[in-house]
Design a protein. Structure first.
Length: 375
């Protein structure tokens, strides 16, 4: 019986190692003509691009699972799995900058001029990753005073490979981002057992928000009284700071920062976010709150990765102008201020201790089958 093709496949065949290991020859096209330091530089950055490729696939799969009119409960653990993998990749990437720090300044300067005018800013995959997450265009750092994506579009005119990379980036812009998918999922989440299609949903959600704000105000006043007593100050001197926190919580939950046309939808999204985070110990909220936790961990991982990148660059070359003409470290530090899931970060300011939460009627709706329907 003839051997199948799979029985003749070697490790090198499967990984296409002959092609992979032939891609580190630099602009000379001859690996013998580049230094060990330059080889190291090329490998580190190629590795990042390979990880970006994996992240983009995981993001697409997570978005596809969440961007449904109805998301089956068994899909949520799969989304969490995708987010976990992305988070771990950023953790690994953060450590990878340590390898770059073995590059001494003068050793880098020996070949740095070869990069001009190339720049890591020109990574199509990193820009695509930002788009897939849901980074707003007006948040993204400009490049030489211009729209950064316009710079990449112009770059795409140089070669078929970059034109193809631009096409993938445009395709990402046409698909729902992870942020949009998560907000759609939260919008449909039951609040006190009510969904957005229920006739009484608006009243139920408004009542929950009012109850939560009232509980928050009572908690803040108690904290103000304790602080005033501990510091020996009049309550009237301490209370304004806590009153401003109450006002900020109200502005957040009433979506006063959202455009008028989006305000009602945003109110429900944020109410659902507060509901899941507040009653996260209920069995049927275990996976939803795990998903929210992973989103914050993912973004935190990316923020730390960006910040670590900036510190590595500052350590190796200081605050020079970037090879592509950017402000170098200042530009990189600016990217570390990006927030995509800003509502998930903001909600932590107004969460309450468990014992101060509004009483949840019908807790059994969020329990496992067979647990009964005790309040």
């Amino acid at each position: 019986m003839a051997a199948s093709a799979s029985n003749t496949t070697s490790y090198g065949d499967y990984l296409k190692l002959d092609q992979l290991l032939g891609l580190q020859s630099g602009i000379e096209g001859d690996e013998a003509r580049i230094s060990a330091d330059e080889l190291h530089f090329i490998v580190v950055h190629q590795t990042f691009e390979l990880w970006f490729k994996v992240i983009l696939r995981e993001l697409r799969l997570a978005c596809e699972r969440l961007d449904q009119a109805f998301v089956p409960e068994e899909e949520i653990p799969q989304v969490v799995h995708h987010l976990d993998r992305i988070h771990e990749i950023f953790q690994l990437g953060t450590q990878q900058w340590r390898v770059m720090e073995t590059l001494a300044t003068q050793d880098f300067l020996a070949f740095r001029d070869k990069l001009v005018p190339a720049s890591g800013f020109q990574s199509f995959q990193l820009r695509e990753l930002e788009i897939a997450l849901g980074l707003a265009d007006d948040v993204r750092q400009g490049f030489q005073g211009a729209d950064p994506l316009a710079h990449l579009q112009k770059l795409a005119e140089r070669s078929p490979a970059e034109a193809q990379a631009w096409s993938r980036l445009e395709a990402a812009r046409a698909r729902p981002s992870l942020l949009a998918a998560v907000r759609g999922w939260l919008y449909r989440a039951p609040i006190r057992g009510s969904g957005p299609d229920d006739p009484a949903d608006r009243v139920i959600v408004a009542t929950f928000v009012a109850d939560y704000l009232a509980a928050g105000q009572a908690y803040q006043r108690d904290m103000a009284e304790r602080m005033a007593a501990a510091q020996g100050r009049p309550l009237a001197d301490v209370l304004p700071r806590f009153a401003e926190s109450d006002a900020a919580a109200s502005r957040f939950l009433m979506a006063e920062d959202a455009p008028p046309a989006e305000r009602e939808r945003t109110r429900r999204v944020r109410a659902a976010l507060v509901f899941v985070e507040s009653y996260r110990d209920l069995p049927l909220l275990a996976w939803p709150r795990a998903l929210l936790d992973r989103l914050v961990a993912l973004e935190q991982g990316m923020i730390v990765w960006r910040s670590r990148h900036a510190r590595m660059v500052e350590r190796v070359i200081g605050r020079r102008i970037g090879t592509g003409g950017s402000s170098g470290v200042d530009y990189l530090d600016g990217t570390a201020t990006y927030r995509v899931f800003h509502e998930l970060w903001a909600v932590r300011t107004l969460l309450l201790p468990r014992e101060r939460l509004p009483r949840l009627e019908g807790r059994g709706q969020y329990g496992f089958a067979g647990q009964g329907h005790a309040r």
